[in-house]
Design a binder for this molecule. Structure first.
Ligand SMILES: [Zn+2]
Length: 319
């Protein structure tokens, strides 16, 4: 049964540890939850870490249950969400991700630049196809759990690799291991082992490379206000939702295991993904308003998302 409590209105217990900051000070927020679409996927208990404020599913589903969940979806998503994405493409959002990933980089990313990029958790390929069009001479790899979608064939500079992103060394299966840019757009919250996932993503970078991540922020104001009604709160699917503090701690730990000290820079901050207004209205069953509002209008409405940019030093100069 879904509890409607806000995040602060719960009894305190101690169980296991936070996957982000490793604290054992956890607070049970909701118990016995089932997935909102696949109603036999569950039950799950969901905790908040009292140290870093991240959200954690304990115990998470096993791999078989996760496979069954995604099998019941439409191209990796709850069908109603997939339908919204088809109706109101999130191109502005993905373009923003690309611009943020390359902004301020030492390397110049021009239309004719030759470089390598990888999109981990490429979904329906929205970001991957934009990258392919924007940088026709760059070589791109789109990675995800599911089989190669047909549209990939239309992009000669884009390759697809089907990989289980919960595998311990999934990056071994990617033929490219020295990427300039790696993207992970709202994927981290889905995986069983966020730390292992990040390590794999970081190891794909070459010197001077960048990893750009977006992930829901459990410590955000929309998350706190909406509680279990927050659209990114999806029991059994969004398993681990970091706070910004939790994300910083995890990134610092995994970067420290992967690179020499002072060879990496981590920036974690709040971000707003520009969803088309009609996407919002349809999501909240106010579709009638879509007839009077401009179709392409994508106002900056905060939904509780964060972005993380990890930049690897172009040289080996360790101080
Ligand atoms: Zn924590």
């Amino acid at each position: 049964m879904l509890s409607q409590n806000s995040h602060n209105d719960c009894k305190e217990i101690t169980k296991s540890e936070c996957i982000f900051c490793e604290s054992t000070n956890l607070l049970l927020l909701y118990s016995g939850l089932f997935h909102p679409y696949n109603k036999i996927h569950g039950p799950f208990d969901f905790y908040k870490c009292n140290n870093c404020g991240s959200g954690i599913t304990l115990e998470p589903p096993d791999e078989l249950k996760i496979k069954e969940l995604y099998k019941s979806f439409d191209r990796g998503m709850i069908p109603s969400v997939r339908n919204l994405r088809d109706k109101y493409p999130l191109s502005k959002w993905f373009l923003q991700c690309i611009n943020r990933a390359i902004k301020g980089a030492e390397k110049e990313y021009q239309k004719n630049s030759e470089f390598v990029w990888i999109d981990i958790g490429a979904g329906s390929g929205e970001l991957a196809t934009l990258m392919s069009e924007k940088f026709p001479l760059a070589k791109g790899w789109a990675i995800d759990f599911h089989e190669q979608p047909d549209f990939i064939k239309a992009f000669p500079n884009l390759n697809w690799v089907t990989i289980n992103l919960n595998n311990e060394a999934f990056n071994d299966s990617i033929p490219e291991s020295a990427a300039d840019l790696v993207f992970s757009i709202t994927v981290l919250e889905h995986v069983l082992h966020p730390g292992i996932f990040l390590k794999n993503a970081l190891e794909l970078l070459k010197k001077g490379g960048r990893l750009y991540i977006t992930v829901p922020d459990f410590g955000s104001i929309p998350s706190k206000i909406m509680g279990s009604k927050w659209p990114y709160f999806i029991p059994g699917e969004h398993l681990y939702i970091p706070s910004r503090k939790g994300m910083e701690i995890l990134l610092d730990r995994i970067c420290g295991q992967t690179f020499k000290k002072d060879q990496f820079k981590i920036e974690v901050k709040k971000t707003i993904l520009p969803y088309p207004i009609n996407y919002f209205l349809d999501y909240f069953n106010m579709g009638i308003l879509t007839k009077i509002l401009p179709k392409k209008w994508a106002p900056n409405i905060p939904t509780g998302m964060m972005e993380a940019l990890i930049s690897i030093s172009p040289t080996d100069n360790v101080t």
